[in-house]
Unconditional design. Structure first.
Length: 557
């Protein structure tokens, strides 16, 4: 370790002042970058715990998080809380068990609690009214634009001293709307009638509703103002539908965002009835015949005066039976009805009475030769804006008008009302002009899914700045290191040359060349050494053979 340290000190001593400064800055930049990266990695990843909270709910949840030593952030105008992602699901479960993430209202779950045997009937009725209020509050919060709702039900306790009018229940509703949102008349009427239907004995005229702007309860239900509002909403809905269809047709031809179409309609909500009669025909509706038969009695003559009736002793003759006379009267009464043919025709309610269509086309961008000062074309090309031809305009207009049923609505109006003033009520126009485009639309078209305001711009800018500084310092250090490396090579080359010179000076002169006799002596020595090595090898392999050879040498000697 000490050798490495000494080598580093030697290298440092050989560097110039600029090189030393560059190395110090590069090392400092690397250390700073490592510190920033470690700090950023150690920071928790905050995730959304809940949003759309009231201030009381935020305070309650914050107190719970502080008690459990959990970091948190309050954002979105104190209506949202964010916590580290590691604790997200556990905290959500804990808060849900304690009913701290809900809207704060309790409905029919209040009726599931055990009640005391000493609880009065009035308290039971109040608990039920509170449960109904909670359910109504949940229903009203589902409306578009409603942030929170509060329902109070006042049901007086029955008493013989309270009249019928004072004993009826009343309801008060307070709604908190989101920024820029308002309840429509239809929604207000729906809230009133829903509340009246949920509370027994409550009538719509005893329901009051208000928001932050004031009282919203209509003065007279079903008034002309309400009908006008309904008609206006119907016209707006029809205009929105037709404009969307026309815009889809235009985008399919020119591309998204290149053309604009606006449709304005006037609806007719008048209900018409038409009837007619045909007096040229008649039919017998009823025929009555009355017959009257009368019979009258008349006196019968008694005979010739002065004969039998006047002679004494003669039997008087019997008077004949009276004569009866009859009279018959017959009357026939016939009732005729004149031929009546009634035709009733009811016109369509909400029929399109007028329609105005406005089409805006952008200029065409074409490349044409650029003109010089004399008006002659040159080789240079330039972009020129031109209007669409009249044939193109007519084709675009026909496509749009057919897509929204313009001609069909005009034909129906012609058959019903005639051709008077139709050209004024049914109009269409096509204009060409440059359309303004927001530069940020390109970002939206690119498909950015994350809201730009939700990105941690401060952290991103810090990381980007640190990375840029680190890259600059690394570039500078790289250049300095290259120059230092070259200097080191030059120094090593000079040192090597010096060492070679010293070696040459201290090296002894080479020995004189060998003679033939010296070479023969060296060869003999080499053979002896080889023979000795072979004998040693034989002795090591078989000591008995070696001993036999030694005995032979001694015997011969």
């Amino acid at each position: 370790m000490s050798k490495i340290w000494l080598q580093l000190l030697n290298i440092w001593a050989k560097l110039e002042i600029a090189q030393k400064a560059t190395v110090v800055l590069a090392v400092g930049g690397m250390i700073a970058l490592c510190v920033i990266l470690v700090y950023g990695a150690s920071q928790p990843d905050y995730r959304l715990l809940a949003k759309g909270l009231t201030r009381s709910q935020v305070a309650e949840i914050a107190a719970y998080l502080e008690t459990n030593h959990i970091a948190y952030k309050v954002q979105d105008n104190e209506t949202a809380i964010m916590i580290p992602s590691a604790n997200l699901y556990k905290v959500r479960n804990d808060l849900a068990q304690q009913d701290m993430l809900g809207d704060g209202s309790k409905g029919f779950e209040l009726l599931g609690k055990a009640s005391s045997m000493w609880e009065s009937t009035f308290s039971e009725h109040k608990t039920y009214d509170r449960a109904v209020s909670g359910e109504l509050e949940r229903s009203f919060r589902e409306l578009n634009g409603v942030r929170s709702a509060r329902v109070l039900i006042d049901r007086p306790q029955p008493s013989p001293f309270i009249g019928d009018e004072g004993a009826k229940p009343k309801a008060s509703i307070k709604v908190d709307m989101r920024s820029g949102m308002r309840l429509t008349d239809r929604q207000i009427a729906g809230i009133i009638h829903l509340t009246a239907g949920a509370v027994a004995g409550l009538t719509p005229d005893r329901v009051e509703i208000m928001d932050s702007t004031g009282l919203l309860t209509p003065k007279a239900d079903g008034s002309n103002a309400g009908m006008a509002q309904t008609a206006l909403e119907a016209e707006v809905a029809r205009e929105s539908y037709l404009t969307r269809r026309a815009q889809e047709q235009m985008d399919a031809v020119l591309g998204p965002g290149r053309g604009q179409v606006k449709v304005s309609v006037k609806l007719d909500f008048t209900k018409r009835t038409e009837s007619s009669r045909d007096p040229t025909k008649k039919e017998t509706l009823e025929e009555t015949t009355t017959t009257n038969n009368e019979q009258n009695e008349t006196a019968n003559p008694g005979g010739i005066a002065g004969t039998a009736s006047n002679v004494e002793g003669e039997n008087p003759t019997k008077a004949p039976a009276p004569l009866k006379g009859s009279k018959t009267k017959e009357e026939t009464t016939s009732k005729y009805v004149v031929g009546q043919k009634t035709v009733t025709q009811e016109d369509e309610v909400g029929r399109v009475r007028g329609m105005n269509v406005s089409i805006l086309l952008p200029f065409k961008k074409t490349m044409k030769p650029k003109l010089d000062d004399k008006g002659k074309p040159t080789k240079d090309m330039e972009e020129v804006s031109e209007e669409y031809s009249q044939a193109d305009k007519d084709r675009f207009k026909e496509l749009v008008l057919n897509a929204i049923g313009f001609n069909a609505a005009k034909d129906i109006a012609t058959k019903i009302e005639g051709s008077a003033n139709l050209d004024v009520r049914f109009t269409s126009s096509v204009q060409s002009m440059d359309l303004w485009r927001n530069p940020q639309d390109d970002i939206a078209v690119a498909g950015v899914g994350v809201p730009l305001t939700a990105l941690p711009w401060f952290d991103i800018a810090g990381y980007a700045g640190a990375g840029l500084v680190a890259l600059v310092m690394l570039g500078v250090a790289r250049g300095q290191l290259k120059r230092s490396h070259k200097a080191w090579k030059d120094a090593e080359e000079r040192a090597r040359m010096v060492v070679e010179e010293e070696v040459k000076k201290n090296t002894p002169p080479p020995p004189p060349p060998e003679t033939q006799e010296d070479r023969e002596v060296l060869a003999l020595k080499s053979k002896r050494m080889e023979l000795r090595d072979q004998i040693r090898k034989k002795i090591d392999e078989d000591p008995t053979v070696a001993a036999e050879i030694v005995r032979k040498w001694l015997y011969q000697g």
